[in-house]
Design a protein around this ligand. Structure first.
Ligand code: SAH
Length: 346
């Protein structure tokens, strides 16, 4: 059964029209979901009982149930949800100086198979629907409502590859971005991809103002193919060509994510290759401390080692930052809570 959260603003209005109601009914339902953030269709008090009954017959309200919640000493909160078909997924709320951000999962499991990542430990079971992604955001906002706080940012960086679930992710973002609902600004929304090149072209042509982040993690094809199988399908020159197209079409800065893995991609030669790769590009590198994953051998560099890499890039005119760790006391690394919960059930 579809959820009401599956419909974006226009689809909600069309749904109303298809039922012989005024488009304005769709507008009202949308506001109940994203402004009043009600939990039940019966709480939509300006709809007639008859209308509510029709909605209840055709749509479910909340597609997710909270299974577990963990709060870190720094306020980072991790939510483990279950879908109607029993799948588990995670969302993380993080507190920054500039606001509150939620990290949303886009798939159940992931097929990209990155060597260092916990999400890929279980293969993709299915794509999440747009409604299941909206419900993650609304749930977190409802928690924040209790403290009179507002979610200001969304990152699609949880489990899954958003560009392997392109249409649902774009639908989801159009809903949470809509100014009649949560109104999260386009420039406060970031999609992170491992480099699905054909979708980078599609995304470039949409001309949204969402930020694009690329998980790079290696500055040459040999190493990148070892760490990220997607690189065999779309090697670096194809990826960079697509990103240049994105930059030309959208005139936006690109963010590159680069996990520093001790002894793997953190050597001076890598810093040199990386600065050469990004030279003359409107790029920004986010150096990420690796969150240890029990099942993986990789280790993070120390802060001092990260600084050496950082200094080299900065001296070579590549802008970068070292990302601060959040919630490392609560298994906040991508997909870890989910994996632990699944193991318990075995
Ligand atoms: N599939 C998308 C989005 C999900 S992963 C992508 O690849 O971008 C979000 C980011 O977290 C990616 O940059 C990913 O490489 C990184 N990541 C995965 N495992 C990690 C770990 N254990 N520690 C730190 N970052 C990790």
């Amino acid at each position: 059964m579809k959820s009401l959260y599956d419909l974006n603003y226009e689809q909600m209005q069309n749904m109303a029209l298809e039922h012989g109601w005024k488009a304005f009914r769709g507008h009202q339902i949308f506001q109940w979901l994203y402004r009043s953030r009600v939990s039940e269709i019966d709480e939509m008090s300006n709809l007639s009982k008859e209308t509510r009954e029709v909605l209840k017959e055709e749509f479910e309200m909340n597609p997710l149930t909270l299974i577990r919640k963990q709060v870190s000493h720094d306020g980072t909160t991790k939510f483990l949800f279950q879908t109607k078909d029993g799948s588990l997924l995670e969302s993380v709320m993080m507190i920054f100086d500039y606001g509150r951000s939620v990290c949303v999962s886009s798939q159940v499991g992931c097929n990209m198979g990155c060597a260092f990542c916990a999400s890929g430990l279980t293969k993709k079971k299915r794509n999440l629907t747009s409604g299941e992604m909206c419900a993650q955001v609304v749930y977190v906002q409802k928690e924040l409502d209790q403290r009179n706080e507002r979610l200001s940012h969304i990152v699609v960086m949880g489990t899954g590859e958003p560009f392997d679930n392109y249409d649902e992710v774009m639908n989801f973002l159009s809903t949470v971005n809509h100014d009649r609902g949560l109104g999260i600004g386009s420039r406060h929304i970031t999609i992170s991809t491992c480099g699905v090149v054909n979708r980078i072209y599609d995304f470039s042509n949409e001309h949204t103002q969402y930020n694009l982040a690329i998980s790079l993690h290696a500055p040459n094809d040999e190493l990148r193919s070892q760490l990220m199988p997607i690189n065999k399908a779309y090697p670096l020159d194809e990826l960079m060509k697509a990103l240049d197209y994105y930059s030309k079409e959208n005139n936006r800065r690109l963010t590159f994510e680069y996990i520093l893995l001790k002894g793997v991609n953190d050597q001076p030669i890598h810093a040199k290759q990386l600065s050469k790769l990004l030279k003359n590009r409107n790029a920004y590198v986010n150096l990420i401390p690796y969150n240890n994953v029990d099942e993986k051998q990789f280790k993070s560099v120390s802060y001092q080692e990260a600084m050496v890499f950082y200094d080299y890039l900065m001296k070579n005119n590549v802008r970068c930052t070292i990302r601060k760790e959040h919630g490392n006391d609560i298994d906040a690394a991508c997909g870890q809570l989910r994996i632990k919960e699944m193991r318990k059930g075995q």
